[in-house]
Every structure is written in structure tokens, then in C-alpha cells.
Design a binder for this molecule. Sequence first.
Ligand SMILES: Cc1cc2nc3c(=O)[nH]c(=O)nc-3n(C[C@H](O)[C@H](O)[C@H](O)COP(=O)(O)OP(=O)(O)OC[C@H]3O[C@@H](n4cnc5c(N)ncnc54)[C@H](O)[C@@H]3O)c2cc1C
Length: 527
Amino acid sequence: MPAKYDAIIIGGGHNGLTAAAYLARAGKKVLVLERRHLVGGAAVTEEIFPGFRFSVCSYVVSLLRPEIIRELQLASHGLEILPLDGTFTPMPNGDYLWRVNDHARTFREISRHSRADAEIYDEYGRAMVEMGRFAKDILAMTPPDPFSKRLKDITPLIDLLKRFRALPELDRHNQLQLLTMSAVDFLDQWFETDVLKATMAASGIIGTFLGVRSPGTAYVLLHHYMGDIDGAFRSWGLSKGGTGRVSEAIASAARAYGAEIRVEAPVKHILVKDGEATGVVLENGDYFIASAVLSSVDPRLTFMKMVGESHLPDDFAADIRNYKFRGSSGKVNLALDGLPDFTCKPGAGAHLRGAISISPSVDYMERAYDDAKYGRFSRKPYMDIVIPSLTDPSVAPPGKHVMSCFVQYAPYDLRGASWDDEREAFGDAVIDAVSEFAPNLRDRILHRQVLTPLDIEREFGLSEGNIFQGELTLEQLFFLRPAPGWASYRTPIRRLYLCGSATHPGGGIMAAPGRNAAMRVLKDRTA
Ligand SMILES: Cc1cc2nc3c(=O)[nH]c(=O)nc-3n(C[C@H](O)[C@H](O)[C@H](O)COP(=O)(O)OP(=O)(O)OC[C@H]3O[C@@H](n4cnc5c(N)ncnc54)[C@H](O)[C@@H]3O)c2cc1C
């Protein structure tokens, strides 16, 4: 007889684990099935080279919901977030821009470029915090269904509109601009310094196949601005031990509540009988029965591969086929035997402890996108770099360092070439681009790991290598994520739920989709 569970969760990424923890906490018998040899998905720490521990994919934490940290007592399960202070942007003319959390220092620094920008910078920050505050409550809610004919279903939407109307006029105006404008157009209204706008606009394009001048990118800017660590707005941090520690802490909480977690257990099929999910079959033929099945895997894999199109309503199948992934990011992880030395600010100062942004001008950013539009990886890419070993020495041998380079653009579909042939050329382009600002880098490299979107798809099961399980663009957010009418974590297959980043509120180490989905299952009394 196959084992029977209240809930089976497909995928042991941080969202699957979060759903498992909440369901187990509610007394349910829960099984998590993870394809890889370790849990974490895109939030994982691995020793790629002996002695060097990398946050292989995601590298910084900000969006992780404080209520989840508290409710699952993640600190007691080993979660520790270390502050990541500042963003340093080297410039080709030998200057730089360096913003830190210290107000007076940042004011002085921006003043070197523009006094007017320094003066308005705080006001901008306050406006974004206000907008973040409005949007923040939306993160924890199950999106209302505007297509529903039942008043009960659209009441939360009416409440949201009422809240919107109660905002001061300026905030309402800003919200609408964020929803419709490009990151650069939005920032142009506030600032004049090119390098400042380029670096700030960068958050608008992370994980999307859009450029800083593409409409709709202003919203993603807010998404990235909204993070908080235990209530402290806008701070990004490093997870001690790498981002895998976040997943391990959630897994530890789930186990403490009684959940069972199996690794090297790839799911092949979701069993469907009379329109209802009844369990799962593994690649090795083992199968398990469950009252509810939750998939944290993206919708293409969940529905097209594991369920099968024949079980789906035609319109839903079409929506899933049209759901956009369009991976545009790569990652280069470096093991170093010393620190990079930036020509514009030599030495091993505090500027290396925060984020290092390769975004010297708006045109540089847009040209990086131009390459991608025509099917090439950026010859001079945008990069978000961190050196976690400076803050957390546990991740590298003494005196050595790990350097993480998040890179855009690396389009999944290369025109006339294959990623298997272009991987090393892409890695070289990344090293060349950093070396323009830190010429000693090449000599410091002991090992490098180059991840293309194809590698991200193959290794981490993210279709087309999209880092958020589907683009965070307006037509795929809130009540449209992943498909109109199906943003409530339920699916057209009864007792089958989605609980990963392809559901509201989307990607990032946030854990909100996992928690929201578990709450849905408990409310439905399915498990
Ligand atoms: C390169 C990169 C950089 C990123 N940087 C950041 C960052 O700095 N900060 C941030 O907040 N976010 C970042 N992100 C995004 C963030 O990591 C993801 O949005 C988040 O980790 C996704 O979590 P998830 O649990 O929803 O899905 P996933 O982590 O994708 O988990 C899904 C799990 O399902 C497993 N699986 C797949 N198929 C099967 C199967 N058939 N059977 C069983 N298991 C299966 C996978 O192995 C995986 O473990 C980044 C992502 C990438 C790829």
C-alpha cells in the first residue's frame, strides 16, 4: 500500500518548505519531495570548490517576510541576517558613486555629483517607503478575483480601492506612475545624475527581459525596494552561511513540526482522477497518496509535464502556454585568493562590503539590453556583485574570498548559438567588464563557476532560466499570476495547489507564496 499523507509538497525550495512548515504546524501529515540532493532550490549554499561556500543562485535577502521569521521562529533554527551596507558604483572616468545607510555620508557623496539630487534623495526615499507601505499589505493577501460574479470574492478589491483613494494625492499619483512608467522615466522626474539613475534603475530590470527604459520596469523597482528585515524597511542583507541557510532554517522548522522531507525524490506525475489530484508518482515509480498536493515548481513543469494538458481546461492550458518566462540573467561565482582593487577607489575599504553595481550610465544599461533584444548576451553587462566573505568569513578559507556576480543580460534564446558553446565566452565577458574597473581581478581568480540561463533551467528546474519562475511584469502579477482567475493558489485540478514563486506575490526569497498557499489549503480544509 502506498503511504498516505494529508499534504504532499513538490519541490523543497524555500516556498515549498514554508508551505510544509505551516501545514505541519497545523497538525497535518506532510511530505516534501525534492528532486536535488539538497533542499533550497534557488536559495541554496553549496561548496562548489573545496573550502568555498557559494550562494549559488540568490545571494541577498531582503523580502523575507518578518511575520514568517517570527511565526516559524527561524532565528532559533539558525537564520541570521547580516547587514549589507551600501552600493558602490565605479565609473569609467575614474570617479564613483557610493551610497550607504548613513544619511550624512550619502548626502555628501551625492552632493559631489549634484547638490539638487542630494537634497531630493531623502524625499524620494520617503515617497518610496510610503508606496512600499501600501503595497506591503498586498503581499500577504490572496489576490481577489475581479472576474468573479460573487460579491464576497471582489470585496477585498473594493477595500483595496478604498485604501488607494484614502492615500494622499501625491502618493496616488506616484503609485500610478510606478505601474505604468519605465524605471528611467520615473527616476528622471526626481534626479539629474546619470550614474545615480542608472544604478537605481537597475533594480527595475532584475529578472525581466526588459530594459531600464521599458515601460513597466518602475514597478519592479518598488518590488525590490519593499524588502525589509525584521521590519527595517529597505535593508538588504546577507544570510550568514549563504542563502541556503534560509532554506535550511525553514526546513528545520518544518521538521520540528513533524514534516517529512525527502531529497533525490523527483516527481514524475501528479495523479489525477476525475479532475482531482490524488497523489504523485516519482521518477523511480514509487507513489504516494495525499488529500492535497501543492506544487512549488513553476506552472509549465507542473501542468504541462506533471499533470498533462489533457486534464486541463483549454483556456487555462492556453494561459499557461502563454505565461512568460524569458530568462535574462546569469550568475558567475568566483573563488578569489585576494580582493579586487578598484582603480577609482583603491584598497580594501568598506565600499567592498556592500553591493558593487556595474551600472555606470543609463546608456550602458540600455546597450546591455540592446544585445539581449537581438539574441546575444551583453558584451558589457549590468552586474550586481557581492563579496560575502568580507562580512561572513565562514564561507571562504582564511584570506580568500567568494565573489558573486549576478549578470544581466543573458537571454535564454541565443540567436544562432547555443549556451553550451557560449558559456565560457559569457564568463569571459563578465570578467572583462569587471576588470575594466578592477584590473587585478583576473589574477585573483582561483576558480569560476558560470551559470547561464540554460544551466539554471537544467540544474534548478526554473523554466527558461527565469529567476522568479516567470517574469514579474504587470500582466503576470497579482490577480493575473499565474493565470487570470487562478491567482488564489487553487488550480483547475481540485486538491492541487501552487505554492511557489509563480504565484502572488512572486519571486525573491520572500516565503509569502508558501505561507499564503498553506493558509488557502487550511481554509479549504482540503488537507
Ligand atoms: C541566479 C538567481 C539569483 C537570484 N538572486 C536573488 C536574490 O539575491 N535575492 C532574492 O530574494 N531572490 C533572488 N532570486 C530569486 C529567488 O531565489 C527565487 O525566487 C526563490 O528562491 C524561488 O523559491 P521557490 O521555493 O518559489 O522556488 P524554487 O527555489 O525554484 O524551488 C523549487 C524546487 O522544486 C524542485 N523541483 C523541480 N522539479 C521537481 C520535481 N519534478 N520533483 C521534485 N522537486 C522538483 C527544484 O529542485 C527546487 O528545489 C534569484 C534566483 C536566481 C536563479
